[in-house]
Design a binder for this molecule. Structure first.
Ligand code: SAM
Ligand code: DTB
Ligand code: SF4
Length: 331
């Protein structure tokens, strides 16, 4: 049993963890989860697409890439007031983290970025953890977001470095790593994970887990997405992700990164409560809530509320780490 957070996992060790008999793997992950976290707690995050579609990139899974005919409604950057009213609704429904997504390749230093900065300030002032996912960032841009009160930045590796170019050709894996580094330097917390079901091998998944778990600091959140296959994208006919693969991936992430929030992300609409319960058992402790992810459906607040009641789960409070630090200093 691992007692410490490790950043020196070898591929062989990860291979063994990932390939363990399923229930043994879940049991091990659950034990580690219990040791490092409050297992009754699940972080509830809400996503909002603040700029939708028309993206220049060719990410093969993405409904928002301009080059695929996916029928997504293209929308310019929303107004700040409108975004804040969505954030308030999410807060009222029990979300503690609000994540704003933009279909951009990268952030540019223009009026749109200034507006996003104002949105970040506004959501932060509402007492929610504010997160953004805006594509590539320079260190200066990351610092501007940090100064505005950004709590977390989401930037996924999506898959292994080897498989990456099969899925995206308009930027490189190193571009991704560079942005993550820029974010890390500013002290903003890092949200970084991937997608399964892209046509990758188990080895690719193991390699992605290796990259994540050997970062000098583990990402504070690790979203595990099941591909939502979208008509019009090159991956539209991909086979649906096997729920056992999702459970295996979550359990492995939990064992490798014991204290990170492992998020059961895209794909919940096609999972039963029993299947989601196994994911929580295997160490998932974060979800996206609200009836829409960015452009695709997600279970409603009411459905998730009922699931939390049934499973005895409670939403994690906002800024928990900071609150615990303050308590430690007082006592
Ligand atoms: N444009 C920015 C970027 O690519 O970083 C931010 C938004 S992008 C939609 C955020 C993430 O959503 C992607 O990195 C990918 O992991 C996830 N995603 C997008 N489409 C998806 C799909 N069809 N199924 C599962 N995850 C998806
Ligand atoms: C993440 O890992 N998953 C979210 C969030 N980070 C930005 C996005 C999922 C998108 C699913 C497809 C859609 O709704 O457009
Ligand atoms: Fe654009 Fe992000 Fe979609 Fe890629 S994942 S096409 S960068 S919105």
């Amino acid at each position: 049993m691992q007692n410490a957070i490790r950043n020196n996992w070898s591929i062989e060790e990860i291979y063994e963890i990932y390939n363990a008999p399923l229930l043994e793997l879940v049991f091990k992950a659950a034990t580690i989860h219990k040791k490092f976290n409050d297992t009754a707690e699940v972080q509830v995050c809400t996503l909002l697409s603040i700029k939708t579609g028309g993206c220049t990139e060719d990410c093969a899974y993405c409904p928002q890439a301009a080059r695929y005919n996916t029928g997504v409604n293209v929308h310019a950057l929303m107004k700040k007031e409108e975004v804040l009213s969505y954030a308030q609704k999410a807060k009222d429904a029990g979300s503690t983290r609000f994540c704003m997504g933009a279909a951009w390749r990268e952030v540019r230093d223009n009026k749109d970025f200034d507006r996003v900065i104002e949105m970040v300030k506004g959501v932060n002032e509402m007492g929610m953890e504010v997160c953004c996912t805006l594509g590539m960032l320079t260190e200066t841009q990351a610092q501007k977001l940090a100064d505005a009160g950004l709590y977390a930045y989401n930037h996924n590796l999506d898959t292994s470095s080897e498989y990456y170019s099969e899925i995206i050709t308009t930027r490189t894996y190193n571009d991704r790593l560079q942005t993550l580094d820029n974010v890390r330097k500013t002290g903003v917390s890092v949200c970084c994970g991937g997608i399964i079901g892209l046509g990758e091998t188990h080895e690719d998944r193991i390699k992605m887990l290796h990259t994540l778990s050997t970062m000098p600091e583990h990402p504070e959140s690790v979203p595990i997405n099941a591909l939502v296959a979208i008509a019009g994208t090159p991956l539209e006919h991909n086979q649906r992700v096997d729920v056992w693969d999702m459970i295996r991936m979550i359990a492995a992430a939990r064992i490798l990164m014991p204290k990170s929030m492992v998020r059961l992300s895209a794909g919940r609409t096609s999972m039963s409560i029993a299947e989601q319960a196994l994911c929580f058992m295997a160490g998932a402790n974060s979800i996206f809530a609200g009836d829409k992810l960015l452009t695709t459906p997600n279970p409603s607040f009411e459905e998730d509320d009922a699931m939390f009641q049934l499973l005895g789960l409670k939403p994690r409070v906002a800024f928990k780490e900071e609150k615990e630090l303050v308590e430690e200093m007082i006592n």
